[in-house]
Design a protein around this ligand. Structure first.
Ligand SMILES: [Zn+2]
Length: 273
């Protein structure tokens, strides 16, 4: 068992025991449930998967800003371009601006049909796309919506693209992308993509609750200005300060749950053996 796996077991143990005690020095040893962006600096890229432009900015921009500030390569993958709620070109442009605000310089638009991900999941096509994406980008960790959104009755209303997209991504991470691709001999012009093992996932969702309740948190106090800039980049979607107030209120609630005197994001972290 490697150090990260040991640390994860420690996280689970502490969360189950309800132990959220904090030490004086703020070290990860005293706070095994506290995410440290520096842990990801040696391990390759981290891929964030959103299903519409703005999903990542509303849920995980603090993590993206913290990782890029620590020198981690972050890639945003945006599955639809949100044409149901505006002009797709404009929404992609806003997503680019939002990514820049938190230091992310790679954004991949997959341009699936907005509000069509439930159908794409049922046909199996979305899982295949996610497998290809993972094998090409080869991330150490993946950040996205929790797949518990599909089945949990304790979550509030969630867009079907979030629910089915998250499930397709989880299917792709484990086990589909890990298995070596076999290319039939008659497709001799195509090189098979080698299998890829994602080591860690960080699921998010509004105030994560059972069964995928948050077991990790990240202090984002120093990056909150960048997060607000990212949110305000989506001018076609959110007018005024409401979205900033909503995001800040949620970040304060998260911090309170983890007894952090500031602003935080929380995640359900899973280390995949
Ligand atoms: Zn969305």
């Amino acid at each position: 068992m490697n150090d990260r796996s040991k640390r994860h077991l420690s996280v689970v143990k502490n969360v189950e025991a309800g132990d959220k005690s904090s030490g004086d020095d703020g070290s990860a040893g005293e706070h095994p449930e506290k995410l440290d962006p520096r842990d990801y600096a040696r391990n390759g890229c981290v891929v964030f998967v959103g299903f519409h432009p703005d999903d990542l900015d509303f849920h995980a921009a603090g993590l993206a800003a913290s990782l890029t500030a620590a020198g981690v390569e972050v890639v945003y993958v945006v599955v639809t371009s949100g044409e149901k709620n505006g002009n797709a070109r404009l929404r992609e442009h806003e997503q680019w601006m939002a990514a820049c605000a938190v230091g992310v310089s790679r954004v991949v638009f997959l341009r699936w049909k907005d509000s069509g991900l439930a159908e794409a999941y049922r046909s199996g096509r979305l899982q295949k796309e996610m497998v290809t994406m993972l094998r090409m980008l080869r991330p150490y960790a993946v950040v996205s919506f929790s797949p518990a959104l599909l089945t949990s009755t304790t979550f509030g209303p969630e867009h079907p693209d979030h629910r089915y997209g998250a499930l397709a991504l989880w299917d792709a991470i484990y086990p589909e992308a890990r298995q070596e691709e076999k290319v039939p001999w008659w497709k001799f012009w195509r090189e098979p993509l080698p299998g890829h093992h994602v080591r860690e996932v960080l699921w998010f969702g509004d105030d994560l609750v059972e069964p995928y309740k948050a077991n990790s948190f990240l202090e984002v106090d120093n990056h909150w200005g960048k997060v607000c800039n990212a949110l305000h980049s989506h001018e076609s979607q959110w007018k005024g300060a409401d979205i900033q107030l909503k995001a800040t209120a949620r970040a304060l609630r998260a911090a309170k749950r983890w007894r952090h005197d500031g602003i935080a994001e929380e995640y359900h972290r899973i280390v995949i053996p």
